[in-house]
Design a protein around this ligand. Structure first.
Ligand code: AMP
Ligand code: GLY
Length: 404
């Protein structure tokens, strides 16, 4: 099969590495890709990842058999609709279904109408309305800008002053919601309409600093494994959250296809939805893939063509992923630094590149999240492996959490 993979993160590097292991793979095209897998995949650099018509024309010409879309932006731009219109099966939801991630207001309304547990909320049109609405909320309180923000459009305000500051900075519609307390959980399923199979549960570490301090990021590291939650809780999440969400999407005439990612807070009153994503989590997926034993190409192709796998094969180990970031991320940071030790790190863990590029034959930093390391074993061993790998990698300003 000729496969097109869209995206440029460590998640896509991990997906690409697994697709390359599949006996069914002919050629893998990666649009736009990063500095990883040079010579093993064909990188497509002359098309914008959100240019649906351009990608569809190109895919038809290359006789692509399957497209896999990693990030949310192309999904929200309707790239999967454009590909399917020209007969290229696509792993990833339609533009209409991608609103579950693209609009916090759409997702919250759907949750409320379907009676799915989530934080109480109010929608506001902008800064002024937000400031007025905040009069009725104490602190802590959460302010979420509508639209895509790469995990950074959310302020968890611990004081009313912080909340007012976040409200003042809004430049468009937002949701103000109740602060939920508990442990977070990322629960992903592969869905087709109202049918689905779950992936191993995982837990991201969203804050930049150890002990969950500092600003929210796209994710600094994750644990994955069935030991994270009980079977009873998994059942509860399926019945109270996943099934009704898929049913609501079908009822709206926008049936879901692809990965549905429910970001949950496990509160004392049970699991509640914090957010939906319409794609694989990053860096959760880099960990989950270590445990997932199926032929990835076969599974993604089955979904893309309208089916659902009967079940998935899982290792009962734990897996850990660790993000190595540029100093200053998620604020401002410098790029263009040479990355050393990538080969040495491979002795301990898998090394996936995110924000990297090739400059004069050298791999240099090119974004906030630079590398994800991933390993499996017992929880302790998996952690040891990723931190041993991290100690081998160097670039100026390297920053990573020590407590994944
Ligand atoms: P979101 O993009 O909606 O997942 O928000 C990013 C992060 O902000 C989440 O992973 C949580 O850590 C935090 N967060 C979001 N909503 C809430 C909430 N209602 N209560 C507490 N923390 C929240
Ligand atoms: N790790 C969080 C996300 O993928 O949105």
């Amino acid at each position: 099969m000729q496969v097109l993979l869209i995206g440029a993160g460590a998640r896509e590097n991990a997906l690409a590495a697994r697709l390359l292991e599949s006996p069914g793979l002919g050629k893998l095209y990666w649009l736009p890709g990063n500095a990883a897998l040079e010579g093993r995949v064909s990188k497509v650099r002359d098309i914008d990842p959100c240019d649906g018509p351009g990608i569809a024309t190109w895919a038809q010409r290359q006789a692509i058999d399957l497209a896999v879309i990693g990030p949310e932006a192309p999904l929200l731009a309707g790239v999967s609709d454009c590909l399917e219109e020209v007969g290229v099966p696509c792993f990833g939801p339609s533009r209409a279904a991608a609103r579950l991630e693209g609009s916090k207001a759409f997702a919250k309304d759907l949750l409320a109408q379907a009676g799915i547990p989530t934080a109480k909320y109010v929608k506001v049109s902008g800064a002024q309305e937000a400031l007025e609405a905040l009069e009725n909320w104490g602190a802590p309180v959460v302010i979420k800008a509508d639209g895509l923000a790469a995990g950074k459009g959310v302020t968890v305000a611990m004081t009313q002053e912080e909340a007012r500051k976040a409200a003042e900075e809004l430049t468009g519609p937002a949701v103000i919601e109740e602060y939920l307390e508990g442990k977070e959980l990322s629960f992903m399923v592969l869905a087709q309409g109202q049918e689905y199979v779950p992936l191993a549960p995982s837990r991201d570490h969203k804050r930049a600093g150890d002990g969950d301090t500092g600003p929210n990021t796209g994710g600094m590291g994750a644990l994955a494994g069935f030991g994270l939650i009980s079977q009873g809780l998994q059942q509860e999440i399926s019945c109270k959250i996943i099934k009704p969400t898929l049913a609501a999407m079908a009822k709206l005439g926008t049936p879901y296809k692809g990965v549905l990612y429910a970001g949950l807070m496990l509160t004392a009153q049970g699991p509640k939805v914090l957010e939906f994503n319409v794609r694989f989590g990053d860096p959760e997926t880099q960990a989950i893939l270590q445990l997932w034993e199926d032929d990835l190409l076969e599974v993604l192709n089955t979904i893309a063509r309208g089916g659902v796998p009967k079940g998935l094969l899982w290792s009962r180990d734990w897996a850990v992923s660790l993000v190595l970031a540029s100093g200053g991320y998620p604020g401002s940071f410098e790029t263009g630094y040479k990355i050393q030790g990538l080969e040495e790190a491979l002795e301990y863990a898998l090394v996936y590149q995110a924000g990297t590029k090739l400059t004069q034959g050298e791999i240099v930093t090119a974004a906030g999240r630079v590398i994800t390391l991933a390993a499996k074993g017992s929880l302790e061993l998996a952690r040891e492996k990723v931190y041993a790998a991290a100690s081998k990698i160097h670039f100026p300003g390297i920053h990573y959490r020590r407590d994944i």
